[in-house]
Write a protein that binds this ligand. Sequence first.
Ligand code: SF4
Ligand code: SF4
Length: 421
Amino acid sequence: MNPLLKNESPAMDTWAIFGLWVASLKTIAHLVYMGAFQVIPEKFLKRRFARQIKQGKTIWLDDLQFSHSQPDAQQKSFPGNEIADLTPGNNFHPRKSRAVLLDAYPEPKYPFAYRCLPLSGNIINGLGENQKRPARKVFHSGDYKIAWNGLERYFHAMADKVSANVLRKILWQDRHKSVKANAKRVPIENPEIMSRHVKEAAKQLGADLVGITNLSPEYAFEHFDPIHYPTAISLAVSMDLAGVKYATAEKSTAAIMDGYQRAAFASIELAKRIRALGWSALSASNVGADTAEVLHVPLAVQAGLGQLGKHGSLISKEFGSNLRLATVLTNMPLAHDRPIDIGVDDFCTRCEICMTNCPPQAIFDSKKMVRGIEKWYVNFDRCVPYFVANNSCGICLAVCPWTEPGRGKGISLRMLALREQ
Ligand code: SF4
Ligand code: SF4
């Protein structure tokens, strides 16, 4: 019997139900507030931006920030004062890979700019730092109080209807986040068996890949204290590849947002069922009320779902890079998985497909030292403006050879065999 499966999972106790009611009321209030002070003003902003773009006028991102003091404060807390350079590389090719179905990639020219450029996202991310430290939010913060908030505000204002609806849906699901675990704790006698139950339940909830690992402090954002959650359950869902291949069109955003929503659903529901057994569990999805407690990609690598690719995303044998991730954090005693070696490093060292297809040329050819770890890294200052201007981009995921259905296993076998020679 698996106590995490739908019909076997215990019901929420009275306090948990009470907590859910309180959280639901808070979320309704938040959604009403968002509607009045964010969604409606953003509709006007969107119209204004469309007019400005038509007239060829620059949209000044500095004018969109809610607070000017916060970015300054953030800037001062970093040594040096390297400002962002949003200029794309000068080797743009409009058409390269057949894996992308659009006729040509949009040029890396943006209708927006900063008068006063923020601190480089690469510096905030810790590029060139030799010491391990928790990550700091740069973008997708949800609070608009950081250096790059002008660009994020533009991103939200220009979001299509599908993305906005998905974000609201996840926000509503996310009310479960603050609900406490049932008071009566079900003892776990065998963590190995419970891990198998967790994986079975996660797959039933829509996850395509599941792995379990420890939550290392360097993989938590600095505002989040990981002490109560020693274990991370990493979930990956595959996206609709037919949609992803239309990067950078709205069709591709719809596929990406659908992936986010299914990953968020799986993590929220799994956390709910773990809490029903009396153990703490927090769903950390990429979108929601309080986004980004942890870095999903390194946790997925550590949990054995795949390896980091040159394009900065996870590569799995089964789905290549066509994945969205979410994580459940818990104190439930579970057996941990190990990282795997499927030959991604060997392949990425010789391959340049994502680099040459990336319109702003944001992908570095060699590994970089980032917060004490040498790894593949993407130039934040070049990638994010293109991502914002072009429906969340995603070209690098679509063109990666591992993403082509059925190729990953073969590539992996070949790479590992080459090592033996
Ligand atoms: S496109 Fe090539 S270099 Fe880029 S991540 Fe995929 S395998 Fe690695
Ligand atoms: S999402 Fe990938 S392809 Fe698009 S700009 Fe960023 S790194 Fe380049």
